[in-house]
Write a protein that binds this ligand. Structure first.
Ligand code: 3PG
Length: 310
């Protein structure tokens, strides 16, 4: 089978080498399209591919139509909002992610951003400590759980909310206090770490009301997706509540305006970098390669995120 690794962002060299080893040992061929700048390059590269490994690269209906042999797409990472699931499913293409493989890198960045904001962007002046403060984890998946664990280790009081986890034992086992609603989470938490995916339900769901319900010094840290933020509501909240802060790994559509108006109270990384560690690249890349090899060998569809035939 022909397997293409297509990533606009560079993958760690060791990740590419590791993927190559797994793929070749299983008798498949590996192709690499790295750091491409034009989507036409992707359209050309997928033409005779059986499998595709991507990061946040957009796999649109057009890409799928350009790949008549394609049987499986694996997103080396957690979020799969970059893949047109409907188009893939209509063609019977299996789409998978590699949950948990890059979570630690993102969780470490979220904690780093909290400290950065607490210390006024590492500029002179009196900052504060995150020790002893409240931390709300919005969505308790792989990344959220790690952020909660690290927050506890730093002496934070951790709350969590996840509409898809109903068993209180999950939270109890981690020593985290489960709250019953999003509203309660924001109202209780000085820091919020956001880990919701971008879906029809979550788009624009974090805005003025939730932000202005946060306690004094409220700080929202977004290492999830920019689409979940109501950007006009965020700007309005920052305007009215001069104690609020916003840090993100995915620059807002109105980031320049936010920077100009709110200075050190807002921060955005120059480029999304939550999963930009060698470890995360290697873990996610190798998992993606292994999942594809297993799929072709046994038909295993563990980690499939679309449902064929529906
Ligand atoms: C993910 O969904 O896995 C993270 O947002 C990281 O994405 P990336 O691989 O595009 O950096």
């Amino acid at each position: 089978m022909k397997i293409l690794v297509a990533t606009e962002k560079p993958f760690a060299v060791e990740a590419v080498q590791g993927i190559g080893k797994i793929v070749k040992e299983a008798g498949h061929e590996l192709f690499l399209l790295e750091k491409y700048t034009d989507k036409s390059q992707l359209l050309g590269a997928v033409a005779d591919m059986d499998a595709l490994i991507i990061r946040s690269d957009k796999v649109t209906a057009e890409v799928i139509a350009a790949a008549p042999q394609l049987k499986i797409v694996v997103r080396a990472g957690a979020g799969f909002d970059n893949v047109d699931l409907e188009a893939a499913t209509a063609r019977g293409i299996v789409v998978m992610n590699t949950p948990g493989q890059n979570s630690n890198a993102v969780a470490e960045l979220a904690i780093g951003m909290m400290i950065y904001m607490a210390r006024n962007g590492f500029t002179p002046g009196t900052g504060s400590e995150i020790h002893g403060k409240t931390l709300g984890i919005h969505a308790y998946g792989n990344v959220g759980r790690l952020v909660g664990r690290y927050g506890k280790a730093l002496g934070m009081k951790v709350y969590a909310y996840d509409p898809f986890i109903t068993d209180p034992a999950v939270f109890e086992a981690d020593g985290v206090t489960q709250v019953g609603s999003v509203g309660e989470l924001y109202a209780r938490s000085r820091y919020i770490s956001l880990h919701i995916p971008a879906t029809e339900q979550t788009r624009g769901s974090i805005g003025y009301d939730l932000l202005t319900s946060m306690p004094e010094g409220g700080t929202l840290v977004n290492t999830a997706r920019k689409e979940v933020i109501d950007e006009a509501g965020l700007a309005k909240a920052l305007e009215e509540r001069t104690d609020l802060k916003y840090a993100t790994d995915i620059a807002a559509g109105n980031q320049q305006e936010l920077d100009d108006r709110f200075g050190k109270r807002v921060f955005a990384t120059a480029k999304k970098m939550g999963a930009e560690t060698g470890e995360a690249n290697i873990n996610a890349g190798l998992a993606a390669a292994s999942q594809i090899v297993e799929f072709f060998a046994t038909g295993c569809t563990r980690f499939q995120v679309n449902n064929q035939g529906q």
